[in-house]
Design a protein around this ligand. Structure first.
Ligand code: F0G
Length: 459
């Protein structure tokens, strides 16, 4: 059989409200042409993020009832610790309320002003937390990752020669750790190969620098290794994940992705000294070390979710269903980032809207048009998110790519939802010259995409 079906059946449903294009034009105008400012109930299919938006299983919901809400030493913590340790294998397991809390706690504990933290591509909150300490977050992804058409199978790989060179030039004492993100979200959800992790490990060993993973989507990465890297076809995703983590001294995770959590995070590390420092900070802002800002029921649901995510039938379906959207769009000539990522498909805003100059925000305008046309909410990762007024005041510095991410929540939408998304985007592509450009009305200086407002550019 060629057809890959959703490996679950649906026990609880949540209605989505139909809207007309005319209603949506009114709603997005009221929202200042910013999809983040829409009410979620006015969105038909929400592809803003795959973070915290997954559907929990019956077993996870049963775990919610079983959750032990004791302040200290709750049973649910020990379930959580065991589940994480069984896959990650590090000595200390410290729960946090989400990924960026893990980042902030670790950075507060071990990063100082003047340090440099090399990585493949740091996620925005990771970069912000590193930079908040006065350190520099340096991206060293391989050159192939910069070309949206390049089909390299592991475009998330870190350039190990540049890593070695960076540690040499910066000096070992200014590099607290190296952080490799699996899969590489900011680079298009692209995986990192086992060979690359081992090579990064060897460089880190040579310098005595710890290697950490930002492993929000570790299971998708493990499955890509199984599919694409020689020698792994016969291995289980669990065995591959364990091998990935065996290359590391620790990991930070947003458990809102590959742990099927609606909330949650973790810091998992070997170093006793680092664990003690992290726990000291944790008590100040997150809570006691056996709950870390989560309820016992969350810990229970996460300890079940992190096992479920490694189910091979699920991962086969997950990677195939994302690829399904990518393939159908690509076959219709829609310009997108290749190869297709694990959790998302990224449309190329500039090539989709060739009639719009950068100043008219092609990716953002495309995301607004997509909402108006079919009620699908996507997230621009381009000119609005990363564009900055140029230092000399003469104009703007635009990012290399102006993308629109269609992030697919886990176990939430069916194939017919995805068929609707594909059809809508292809239809819009057919009338792409009608997409109106937008200009800023209000642009906050920090993280402008969340709250900025816009207006259509008059023809
Ligand atoms: N690291 C990666 C690779 C991420 O993708 C995210 C979140 C974080 C860290 C931060 O985790 O949200 O739990 O605090 N990514 C979401 C996204 C927000 O939409 O890609 P968090």
């Amino acid at each position: 059989m060629k057809t890959i079906i959703e490996p679950f059946r649906i026990k609880v449903v949540e209605p989505i409200r139909m809207t007309t294009p005319e209603q949506r034009r009114g709603l997005i105008s009221e929202a200042g042409y910013n999809p983040f400012r829409l009410r979620a109930e006015h969105v038909l299919i929400d592809l803003l993020t795959d973070s915290g938006t997954g559907a929990m299983s019956a077993a996870q919901w049963a775990g919610i009832i079983e959750g032990d809400e004791s302040y200290a030493g709750a049973r649910s913590f020990f379930h959580f610790e065991k589940a994480v340790q069984d896959i990650f294998g590090h000595r200390h397991v410290i729960p946090t309320h989400q990924g960026r809390a893990s980042e902030r706690l670790l950075c507060a504990a071990v990063v100082k002003a003047g340090d440099v933290v090399p990585g493949n591509t740091h996620f925005d909150t990771t970069r912000a937390n590193i930079e908040a300490t006065g350190a520099e977050a340096r991206d060293l992804v391989i050159a192939e990752a910069r070309d949206p058409e390049n089909e390299h199978p592991f475009k998330g790989n870190i350039d190990v020669e540049r890593l070695d060179e960076t540690i040499r030039s910066v000096g070992r004492e200014r590099v607290p750790f190296v952080l490799v993100t699996v899969t590489n979200n900011s680079g298009g959800g692209q995986p990192v190969s086992m060979a690359n992790l081992r090579a990064a490990r060897a460089v880190c060993d040579r310098w005595g620098v710890p290697l950490l993973l930002d492993c929000a989507r570790f299971a998708e990465n493990a499955y890509f290794i199984k599919l694409r890297e020689a020698g792994f076809a016969g291995h289980t995703p669990l065995a591959i994940a364990r091998e990935m983590f065996s290359c590391s001294d620790g990991a930070l995770m947003s458990m809102k992705k590959d742990a099927f959590g609606n909330i949650g995070g973790v810091i998992s590390i070997n170093s006793d000294g680092w664990a003690e420092k992290v726990r000291t900070h944790l008590i100040l802002t997150e809570g006691f070390p056996t709950y870390g800002g989560l309820a016992g029921r969350d810990l229970e649901a996460l300890s079940i979710g992190i096992r479920e995510i490694l189910d091979e039938d699920y991962l086969r379906y997950r990677i195939a269903s994302t690829g399904y959207v990518g393939k159908h769009l690509s076959d219709a000539g829609v310009p997108l980032l290749k190869p297709f990522g694990g959790h998302a498909i990224y449309l190329d805003g500039r090539r989709f809207c060739r009639h719009l100059p950068d100043e008219q925000l092609p990716g953002w305008s495309l995301s607004v048009a997509l909402y108006e046309h079919v009620g699908v909410r996507a997230c621009e990762i381009g000119n609005v998110m990363f564009g900055r007024p140029s230092k000399d005041g003469s104009g703007w510095d635009w990012p290399r790519l102006d993308l629109v991410r269609l992030a697919i929540p886990r176990r939430v939408y069916t194939q017919s939802h995805m068929d609707y998304v594909v059809e809508g985007i292809i239809e819009l592509f057919g009338v792409r010259e009608t997409i109106r450009g937008l200009r800023f009305v209000h642009r906050p200086a920090v993280l402008p995409h969340f709250t900025a407002t816009f207006a259509p550019v008059e023809a």
